[in-house]
Design a protein around this ligand. Sequence first.
Ligand code: ADP
Ligand code: MG
Length: 447
Amino acid sequence: MQNTYQELWQKTKNHLANCYSETTFNDTFSKVNSVVKFQNNIIYVLVPNNYIKTKINHTYIEKINEVLNTFTDEKLKFKFVCENEIKETPTTSSFANNRLYINHLNENHSFESFVVGDSNNFAYRICLNVAEQPGFIANPLYIFGGVGLGKTHLMQAIGNYILDKDLNKKVLYVQANDFIVDYSKATQGNNMAEFDLKYNNLDCLLVDDIQMLEIGKKSQQEFFKLFNDLINRKKQIVITSDCPANQLKGIMERLTSRFSQGMTVDIKRPDLEQRVTILKRKALELTMKKIPDDVLYFIAQNFTDNIRELEGALNRVIGHSEVCNYDDITLDRAKDALDALLAYKTSNETKQQANSENILSVIADFYNISISDILSSKRSQNYVIPRHIAMYILKQKCNYTFSRIGGILGNRDHTTIMNGYNKIEIELKTNKELQMALDTILKKVNN
Ligand code: ADP
Ligand code: MG
């Protein structure tokens, strides 16, 4: 069974009692007993006066939180407050008796730390509106986009914002696959209590990477219930995904159709200037050293698809300069630091390119046309079908984004690719000839 907040404080306090002399310990902690609040991963403990509070904050706070972390895997912290700092009347009993409810939000994911540019401006504004008026502006809010472009960050910013305004709101961030795990555990152990404690009475539910729900059919039913309950009670739901709702695979339609009933926003890849701004912002957080613009531009030009990778590259440059004891960071040193990473990236890209070329050449062979016919805009069925098949296989097999496939297939728009993909998918359900053609092509591609 999980600890209650009160138990966590008690355990921490007992541990501290063994670390200090009795007088020292009693002077400070004898009257520090009650947990009065838990929000945003912070456990609030009541202290009798400002003097004790200052003393704890000066001398003991680090140790206390260190000890706390030995009792729990969650990133929790204690904060010490006097009675006048607690906004509501202390609800000691209800909070202390609660089992640990954790919102799983990363507090660094805020609107302030999110760099806004053309790629995400609309999504940002809608999210901010939703955070200001949860349940009213867009419900559910459905955010989609490629990997590492800030979906989780933005969704959590909504949760953090809601909690900043009102600590008593119950916000929960959960990855879709964790929902499946929670639900399976609850049904297998025949114990819905933990599950209900976590998911009941939410004010805001943030479900990340909904495409993962594909693997849990029973969980989808349960999620459907939860979803409807929240929407009916005008509680905010935010969902992220790697694709638009109508392209989700293996998720029941009555669910996906509801996903698009609120509002859908997408996040695109950031442009160069935006990437540089993100790097500048990150650099300020990470190091005291000044990083020259040419270094930042070099990183931004080489890491274009994914902000997580962009940050990773910056981390590497900074780490490298620390390990080597450099006083300043120069372009040559940055290139040195990123050498291995860039070589790996290039070889991966070459591999992917070879991969798509191979797919196109197998399709061209099969239909007895040329690759340039596939890439052309010729409208005859002799070319259109192989072109659509190329779209389908590049998506299914390589899992490229639609815009990337558009790039490969002669700079076509991503919606054209999406339509081609859907056509093949629908056709495959009934067209045996097409199924066989696809099987044969795939066998050759796999060889
Ligand atoms: P996704 O969920 O889309 O895969 P994340 O939200 O996890 O992406 O973002 C990856 C990393 O990039 C995180 O560290 C996040 O804080 C950072 N990040 C993404 N977008 C931005 C942005 N616009 N401004 C600042 N940091 C960002
Ligand atoms: Mg994410």
